[in-house]
Design a protein. Structure first.
Length: 82
């Protein structure tokens, strides 16, 4: 068999772990976890609603995995209290 070398693409910034070691999610990834459209998350950022996000650089917005999980847990707590 003849195998040719495949050049690997450089990792996207979201694939790198920040100094704290926590995974940062893109808007699409965070929206998928929450069952939302990505545009909904963008709207929430403007409205200061939903899970907390961080600005990486001057324009890239990311969501910490722990913030997404905490937001989901908060929603579950509120739903259970009803």
């Amino acid at each position: 068999m003849n195998f040719t070398a495949v050049k690997s693409r450089p990792a996207r910034p979201a694939d790198h772990l920040p100094p704290g070691g926590e995974r940062l999610l893109t808007r699409d990834e965070a929206a998928r976890m929450l069952g939302l459209r990505p545009q909904t998350l963008s709207n929430w950022v403007v409205e200061k609603k939903g899970p907390r996000s961080v600005l990486v650089g001057s324009r890239a917005r990311r969501w910490r995995l722990s913030d997404i999980l905490a937001y989901i847990a908060e929603l579950e707590t509120v739903a259970a209290a009803r």
